[in-house]
Structure formats: structure tokens, C-alpha cells
Design a binder for this molecule. Structure first.
Ligand code: GLA
Length: 723
């Protein structure tokens, strides 16, 4: 619900449990008056007046009191060069060549529903009365640039989305910075939670106390990347999973991003999120406009766990699209770790036969099926079948796999090109490059310039040709390097800084065309594991391969970190042949995700086959609980290097599944696990021993696991049903 109080000149944006308040101040500056737990009224003006003697900060000469400065006021969308010395959300170079920017309120609109941000990915509504939107129109009088701030407020989910649109006036301008969201908090007693990583160790939680100055995370890799994820949270120092203020922010964007927090001398915190201004610029000619990516804000006073569950609910129902949003996804086995490049039709068919007998639904043929590819040195861009490997082509393979009763899926890396490929020989200028510099190479490959429509058409047509001719029901979409020497042969030099954003728009366009051409195909995103695990990608693929690291103990910190923002249904997780930890624990960890296999099924022992069948029946049994239940992180490997535990509770709290793992044994350690998320007044049957306990007992006293799991890599599942 959104209201405007004309007398106070205040906008109040209410979700079920939170309020966000914006005020129109003197001289029509927009101030960020409040974001936090729901409040019924909105007279916040006295609290917004932060400090009277600003430290050398200049003041607007028309302010009623010379001590007021935009440098100390809580600014809703702060601009560069006009008196606010903190990080700015917007900087526009005007036709005079300077970057002074200053926007003021002009008018606003409040309406039901939410506008589309296409061609950018965005949160959508299932029903038009699920949310309300506020558009605030502002203007920079000197340049005539119009800036519209968009806010959509959900009624039932404690989330707000924000984005910004800049429209050029009469004279061309260059946007140098455009952030999607800014919030000015009147405090700095926060911890900053971010997700750092690398290949095979993505999205590990990191938590630090905010300090004076600027701190933040960013990517300039051309994609969101392994190193940092476009998510951050601010939580009070004493906040826990179940208690305390937690503010989460996530960008629906897959390109270069920045999320920064700045604490100033007066003890306030500015949190901004958007496109990374480094290597970004956008020329706007008269009448043209630029739309920023969308930021999603979540607030709760019920702790970090509830913040995650809010993101999960929103993404499950309002971000993920297509057939597999709610339809049960096929259980797959992927050939990569089983065979790498070393396969032929017979081998894949033997995988499919064995997998079918175990209860698996789909065989995915990973890298190595096209061009002349037998290793990673060639053929990216040549998306036609390697007939030497797959005699009879894909047609024969798919028919044989289908005749066993298995579905078939395939791997692509569409935005890449090998120097040793027919595509490269035909179009040597189609790679991402800049004049006079030799492009760097990674994994023997260059990046294709998908900012170009002709390049995208070529790749679309090649993919369409293979996919439309065969019964392909799944596509794994990979991206195995980052972008350097970033430029496009088609971009004029005054627009060269537009490249990175144009590249991502090109990727989205290609994904949009393919997902629309093949609405029944399940797409799974991937980038050297989880190097592009972001909310932008989730608009095209409901699941993303979380990490190339399939070791279940290593996976725990990756899955815990990923779950800060992204639901279990999006996390590609497979049982692999990696031997350090037992089969049971590998299955228990992969169950917290899409679940599948990444091993040679013909090499399984009889005992392992029994275990696989059991795991598959559990996968079916718990599918809805894991995909649609609420996640509770009980013991996070960020805090405990010995054990970890998590659980899923159904929305009506009638069923729950908890899993605990011993990562490293502690001698004589007592292990009593306190559960969470249950109804304290309900009674639950522990399905493993038939005993009945109250939710209150299970959450306050716990379950004694001391003699149930003891050794490195042991794990246990606890299933409860309400009686
Ligand atoms: C990436 C993926 C793997 C696999 C290989 C194939 O690393 O993360 O799962 O598909 O590429 O080359």
C-alpha cells in the first residue's frame, strides 16, 4: 500500500510488516525518512534533521536554515557534485562538460501493479493487485534531464523493488553513475554480510562491522562472477538467524555491479547498489532514456533467516518464470564428471540405461559433443554435432535415450568462441576486443561479442537448428571465462563505456529468444560452476549449477552462503563420485537443491545402487517440502567449523525435515540440536523412532544427536510430521 500525505509531503510505502518513507523537503529535495518495522504514521520530519553544524558542508542558499546541508540530510537519490560528499547514486556529464547533477521532485503517480522493465529481467506480478507502484518524477533544471524513481511495494511479501529511469532533455548527456537504490540509515551499528568466493568455493558468507568510510563489493568481470555476489545485508551487531533487524539487497542483474556502504562522520550509513560505475558510461541523445536494473530490498525484524525466507518466497513466485516454476523438474544425471570429453553414443546410452533402472528421468550430455571438441582447446562457436564421436548424430543418440524412457538434455556455452573454430575463422572480428591490443585468453577461449545483433542471430540460429530438430528437453547454459579488453567493433569510441551493459543486454536478449522459442525446455545456468548465480539469470533459468565443487563438506559453506538470498529450488546440486565422504551424506547435502547425479552409473556397486534408489525415493518424498518450504539455517559453517545443520518446514508447519552433518569430529562433544521454524503448540512425530514431541520442546530443548552422528562426514535426516 502506498499513500501520499499532502500536508506532510510524505510518501509512505507499507508492506505487511515494514514501512519505507520518503519526504519532499525544502527546495523539493527528496529525503529518505525511514525504512524499518511497520509504523502507522509518517511524521518523521524531526528525526530526519540530522545535525546542525555540518563539517564544512555547503548549503543550498535557499534553505530556511544555513546549517542544513544535503551532505548531512538523508538523501533519497543523491547526486554528484552538488554538496553531498558521500557516495552518489547519480552522476551525469552534461553538454557543458561538468558532472554536477542535482535532481528535485516534480510530480508523482501511484497505481496498482508493476511496470515491465524489459528488456531487463525484473520481478513480475502474478496478479495485478499483488503490489502497488510509486513513480516519482524529478528533474535537473539545468540540463533538463528527467529522472524517474520507481518503487513497487508488495502487500503480502516484505519486499520493495526499486529502479531508476533517466530521460535526456534537449542536449545530449553522458551518464557516468546510475545506481538502482540508495538508502540512508540514521545509524551505523550494523554488520555487513556479503558473499565472497572463487571457482569451486562460491558465495561464502562474510560478515564485518561497518566502519567509517566506504566499504563494499563489486564486479568488473563482465558478469556477476565468482568473487562477489550482487547481494548484501545489513544486520544489527547482535542480530541472529531468528532475531533482530535485517536489511537485504539484491540486484536483478548479471553484469558489473557495486554494492557499497558508506558511514559518515555523523554516524549514518548510506547503502547503494547498482551498475559498477568503473568502465560504465552511457550516452543519451535528446529524447533517449536509460533504465537501470532493478534492486530488491527486504526488511524484517525477525532476523537473517526470515530475511532469506522472504527473498526465497519472492523469487519462487515472482522471479522464476515458465513451465518449471511450479512443475516438478526432471531428475537428471549429467555426463561431465562421469566422462568429461571422453564419450560416444554407446557410452551415453549405457549411462542412460543404468540411470533409468535407478529411477533417474533425464540424461544430460555435457561439454564435448560439437565441432571437433575432445578437449577444451577448440570448437566453441561450432554448434553442430561431432559425428565422429556421436555416430548417427544427435538424432540417433536422442532416439536411443528416449527409447529407454529417458529424457535428453544438452550443454552449450553460447557466448564463447575458440580461436580454433570455424566460426572464428569466418568472423575473426566477432570476439570481444579493443583496437591494437592482443586479447587475453582464458581456458583457450575468447568471449563472443553478443552486444552485436548479427552475432546473436548466428548463435540463435545454430542453437535453434539443433534443438528444434531433436527431442531436447533441457539445456545447460555455461559461461567459462570473464571479460577483459572489453570492447565491440561496432561501438563508436564515444560509446565505448557502454560495452559491458550492452553485452549483458545482448545475453538477456539471446536468453529471452531461446527460452521463448522453447518454452518447454528446462534451462540450467552455469558459469564454471556458480560464477553467474544471480537473480538476473534466474529470470531465464529456474536453476543454476551452484558450484563445480561437489564434495559435500565443501558444498556446505557454498550452499549456506547461496541460501542467504536464493531458494533451494534454484541451487543445482548433484551426488558425485567424489570419495572423501560417504554416499549418504553426499545425498543428504544434494537434497538441499535440485538434486541429481554427476557420476558414471555403470560403475556403482550394488550397495551404492541400493543407496541411490533410496535417495531418489527421498527426493520424491521431500520435493515439495524442499522446493516450497521455509529454510531454517540451524548451525551455519560460518560460525561452527565442526558441525552444521539446516531444515525445511512446510508453510502450514505440519511437516519438517532437518539435516545435520559432522564436518569434523570433536572428541567427546555433546551434540544437541535445537530445531527452529516449528509451531511451538503443535506436537510432532519423529518419523525415525515414532516418538512424539511438542514443537516447543524440539525448539527449546532440542534433539540429542550425540551418539547418532559422531565421525567426520556423518549426517542424519530428521523428519517430523504434526500429529
Ligand atoms: C564448467 C561447468 C562444468 C562443465 C564444464 C564443461 O566448468 O561448471 O559443470 O559443464 O564447464 O566444460
Amino acid at each position: 500500500m502506498i499513500t501520499y500525505n499532502e500536508k506532510l509531503r510524505v510518501f509512505k510505502l507499507d508492506t505487511k510488516n515494514s514501512s519505507y518513507v520518503i519526504g519532499v523537503f525544502e527546495q523539493n529535495y527528496l529525503l529518505n525518512l525511514y525504512y524499518g518495522a511497520k509504523i502507522p504514521d509518517a511524521n518523521l520530519w524531526k528525526n530526519a534533521m540530522r545535525i546542525k553544524s555540518a563539517s564544512f558542508s555547503p548549503s543550498n542558499p535557499h534553505f530556511p536554515h544555513e546549517n542544513y546541508s544535503v551532505d548531512v540530510l538523508p538523501m533519497e537519490y543523491p547526486c554528484n557534485g552538488s554538496g553531498d560528499f558521500r557516495i552518489s547514486a547519480l552522476a551525469i556529464k552534461n553538454s557543458d562538460g561538468n558532472t554536477v547533477t542535482d535532481i528535485r521532485y516534480i510530480s508523482h503517480k501511484i497505481y496498482k501493479g508493476k511496470p515491465s522493465l524489459a528488456p531487463l529481467p525484473y520481478i513480475y506480478l502474478n496478479n495485478y493487485d499483488e503490489a502497488d507502484t510509486l513513480e516519482i518524477l524529478t528533474e535537473d533544471k539545468v540540463t533538463g534531464v528527467k529522472v524517474t524513481l520507481f518503487y513497487t511495494v508488495f502487500n503480502e511479501i516484505d519486499a520493495i523493488t526499486k529502479s531508476v529511469n533517466v530521460k535526456c532533455g534537449e542536449n545530449a548527456v553522458d551518464i557516468e553513475r546510475i545506481f538502482s537504490s540508495c538508502i540512508d540509515f540514521p545509524a551505523m551499528d550494523f554488520d555487513f554480510i556479503t558473499l565472497y568466493g572463487r571457482h569451486a568455493k562460491e558465495r561464502c558468507r562474510e560478515q564485518r562491522k561497518l566502519a567509517h568510510g566506504i566499504q563494499g563489493i563489486a564486479s568488473k568481470r563482465g558478469v556477476s562472477g565468482h568473487s562477489q555476489n550482487p547481494f548484501a545485508a545489513l544486520v544489527r551487531h547482535d542480530g541472529t538467524e531468528e532475531h533482530g533487524d535485517a536489511y537485504g539487497i539484491n540486484l536483478i542483474y548479471s553484469g558489473n555491479f557495486e554494492i557499497s556502504a558508506e558511514c559518515d562522520y555523523s554516524g549514518t550509513t548510506r547503502l547503494i547498489a547498482g551498475i559498477n560505475p568503473t568502465d560504465f558510461g552511457w550516452r543519451l541523445e535528446s529524447g533517449e532514456s536509460f533504465q537501470s536494473p532493478e534492486a530488491v530490498l527486504v526488511y524484517t525484524d525477525k532476523g537473517i533467516g526470515e530475511m532469506s525466507r522472504i527473498f526465497h518466497r519472492l523469487y519462487t513466485h515472482n522471479l522464476i518464470r515458465g513451465k518449471y516454476k511450479y512443475e516438478k523438474r526432471p531428475l537428471l544425471i549429467n555426463s561431465w564428471e562421469a566422462a568429461y570429453f571422453n564419450f560416444d553414443t554407446d557410452k551415453l546410452v549405457s549411462f542412460a540405461k543404468e540411470a533409468k533402472s535407478l529411477g533417474i528421468d533425464m540424461l544430460v550430455m555435457d561439454d564435448g559433443w560439437f565441432g571437433k571438441r575432445n578437449d577444451d582447446t577448440n570448437s566453441l562457436g561450432d554448434w553442430f554435432v561431432n559425428e565422429e564421436k556421436l555416430k548417427g548424430g544427435i538424432g540417433e543418440l536422442v532416439e536411443r535415450v528416449n527409447s529407454i524412457g529417458m529424457k535428453f538434455g544438452i550443454w552449450y556455452e553460447p557466448e564463447m568462441i575458440s580461436p580454433d573454430s570455424e566460426l572464428f575463422r569466418a568472423h575473426p572480428d566477432w570476439l570481444v576486443h579493443v583496437p591494437n591490443r592482443e586479447p587475453s585468453i582464458a581456458r583457450n577461449q575468447y568471449v563472443l561479442d553478443v552486444s552485436r545483433a548479427d552475432v546473436r542471430d548466428n548463435i540463435f540460429n545454430q542453437m535453434y537448428d539443433v534443438i528444434s530438430k531433436h527431442n531436447i528437453e533441457y539445456v545447460k547454459w555455461d559461461f567459462n571465462r570473464n571479460i577483459s579488453e572489453a570492447g565491440s567493433a561496432l561501438l563508436p569510441k564515444e560509446r565505448s563505456k557502454e560495452f559491458f551493459h550492452r553485452f549483458i543486454l545482448g545475453t538477456y536478449d539471446l536468453m529471452d529468444r531461446l527460452t521463448k522459442a522453447f518454452p518447454d525446455i528446462l534451462f540450467e545456468n552455469c558459469s564454471g560452476g556458480g560464477g553467474r548465480f544471480d537473480a538476473g539469470m534466474l529470470c531465464y533459468s529456474p536453476q543454476i549449477w551452484t558450484s563445480d565443487n561437489t564434495d559435500p563438506i565443501e558444498r556446505l559453506s557454498i550452499q549456506f552462503g547461496t541460501s542467504m538470498c536464493y531458494p533451494a529450488s534454484t541451487m543445482g546440486a548433484h551426488v558425485s563420485a567424489c570419495g572423501r565422504t560417504g554416499f549418504g551424506t553426499r545425498g543428504n547435502v544434494a537434497l538441499w537443491g535440485t538434486f541429481g547425479y554427476e557420476l558414471d552409473p555403470t560403475k556403482l556397486t550394488e550397495d551404492e545402487k541400493i543407496a541411490v534408489r533410496e535417495q531418489i525415493s527421498e527426493y520424491h518424498k521431500y520435493y515439495d517440502l524442499i522446493h516450497y518450504g521455509g529454510l531454517y539455517r540451524l548451525i551455519d559453517p560460518y560460525f561452527d567449523s565442526f558441525r552444521c545443520a539446516w531444515g525445511f518446514v512446510s508453510s502450514d508447519k505440519s511437516e519438517a525435515l532437518f539435516t545435520a552433518v559432522i564436518m569434523r569430529r570433536i572428541e567427546s562433544g555433546l551434540f544437541i540440536l535445537k530445531l527452529a521454524g516449528l509451531d511451538k503448540d503443535k506436537f510432532y512425530k519423529n518419523e525415525s523412532d515414532g516418538e512424539i514431541y511438542s514443537g516447543a520442546l524440539l525448539m527449546n530443548s532440542g534433539v540429542n544427536l550425540t551418539n547418532i552422528i559422531r565421525n567426520d562426514g556423518d549426517s542424519v535426516k530428521l523428519h517430523f510430521t504434526a500429529v
